[in-house]
Design a protein around this ligand. Structure first.
Ligand code: SF4
Length: 443
């Protein structure tokens, strides 16, 4: 049967989608890229915050229309929204023929079979104890780049976050398996591997009783043919000296770190259950910048957390201004059912939240522009992902993570190969993107 996929949410969900694609292909189904050709569509949903839930439900309703207009017979929802709401989702959305929670990822074949027999199935068992999100994958990332999910779930229990209740407790994947998969990815032409998890820095704690990200990085760094190892989602609490030294010394680990800080007011950090204060964050950031050459720092902050008064927001605003992060993601706090923060007093007015979001956005836009302008005239190694026109390509430099940061637009006369690196002289900036020309074509 022709099966189409829609993958919503984060890269961790994308890896799950890639695994489901491979499982279904292996059992004889055809994975189609055009949804119009699909007889069954699987929407791998996100559901950790209300805006993601709305997007998932809108996508289900919209895709459901293909049942009357197109070839579509069966519609299935997997992932976080299904895990969070279970059978209720199936009861409330007649468009759906089946749902599968996190634990049923590897049983997708059985679910599709049952649904094709005309049964409406809700497969939402208990959350897995061990890491189950593994197996052959059909890669959906651009050529040369792939994600490697090193653990799932989280034990940190930040008070605003639903992920521990949706994805369960920390479940690390055995180190040997990760090395084998990394080697396999490189054999398939991957040059950049981005390590992902809910909290990448705590990798191995559950399985080995100690952090083993350093050991993993040292092994991955030995893989011939791999050029870039990128680290995303590092909780600042779990970054220690040994990890910093490893990032600074291992040649393939690029000096790009994504370290969500969430806030900079001690009162709010405490209410968020982040176990650190602003001086801890300040010390860590100056330590990282001192010891890692060319460090590009991404973070995530949240505005409008319950109890956030003007003074607390000012502390965050000033911290963003003084720290000058290279890249910054901003979330507006939303009360999520079942989280401690949703029960807290002093919920912030939506208008104030929106205003604070805009103020931080304005600061960061200026910083981004300034940082990008400072890169002009430099020659950067760019991983080419797509061609958008004659002599026009899109790629990323080490300072640009996939899907969340800007891109580098490359103009050239030669024909470039997607998934390969080229030296590019940066000549300009356009919004969040850099513009460059092939270095060896310049006079
Ligand atoms: S570390 Fe991230 S995933 Fe874990 S509870 Fe906190 S915000 Fe959620």
């Amino acid at each position: 049967m022709n099966i189409g996929f829609i993958s919503l949410g984060c890269p961790k969900n994308r890896v799950d989608t890639e695994i489901m694609m491979a499982l279904l292909k292996k059992s004889g189904h055809r994975i189609v890229s055009s949804l119009e050709d699909a007889e069954t569509i699987i929407i791998n949903t996100c559901g950790f915050i209300s805006s993601a839930q709305e997007e998932a439900i809108d996508t289900i309703l919209e895709t459901g229309k293909l049942k009357t207009q197109g070839k579509l017979k069966y519609l299935i929802a997997t992932g976080c929204l299904s895990q969070r709401f279970g059978k209720q989702l199936l009861d409330e959305l007649p468009e759906l023929d089946g749902i599968a929670g996190i634990a049923s990822l590897t049983a997708i074949n059985e679910l599709v079979e049952e649904v094709q027999k005309g049964k409406r199935i809700a497969a939402t068992g208990a959350l897995p104890e061990l890491f189950i999100e593994k197996g052959p994958r059909i890669l959906t990332t651009p050529p040369g780049s792939a994600y490697l999910k090193i653990s799932e779930g989280c034990n940190n229990h930040c008070t605003y976050c639903t992920i521990p209740s949706i994805r369960g407790k920390l479940r690390s994947r055995p180190l040997e398996e990760l090395i084998l998969e990394a080697k396999d990815l490189v054999k398939r032409g991957i040059k950049e591997i981005t390590l992902i998890a809910q909290d990448t820095a705590v990798y191995g704690w559950d399985l080995y009783g100690k952090h083993r990200l350093v050991a993993l990085l040292k092994e991955i760094n030995k893989i011939e043919g791999l050029e870039w190892v990128r680290l995303m989602y590092l909780h600042p609490l779990h970054i220690n000296n040994e990890l910093i030294d490893t990032i600074a010394s291992e040649t393939k680990i690029i000096p790009y770190l994504d370290i969500p800080i969430q806030h900079a007011s001690n009162k709010i950090l405490k209410l968020m259950n982040r176990h650190q204060d602003v001086n801890d964050l300040r010390r860590l950031i100056s330590d990282l910048r001192e010891r890692i050459d060319g460090l590009v720092l991404r973070t995530t902050v949240m505005v409008g957390f319950p109890g956030e008064e003007a003074a607390d927001f000012q502390q965050l605003y000033d911290f963003v201004g003084e720290t000058v992060f290279d890249c910054l993601g901003i979330f507006t706090y939303a009360a999520e059912e079942g989280t401690p923060a949703a029960m807290m007093d002093a919920q912030v007015d939506e208008e104030i939240k929106a205003q604070r979001f805009d103020e931080i956005t304005n600061v960061q836009q200026k910083i981004n522009r300034h940082k990008n302008i400072s890169r002009i005239k430099s020659v950067q190694k760019i991983l080419i992902s797509t061609q958008t026109g004659k002599g026009l390509y899109i790629g990323r430099g080490y300072y640009q993570a996939p899907e969340v940061d800007g891109l580098t637009i490359v103009k050239c006369k030669s024909r470039l190969t997607k998934g390969e690196f080229y030296d590019v002289q940066l000549i300009g900036v356009r919004n969040y993107d850099m513009i460059g020309e092939l270095a060896n074509e310049r006079a």
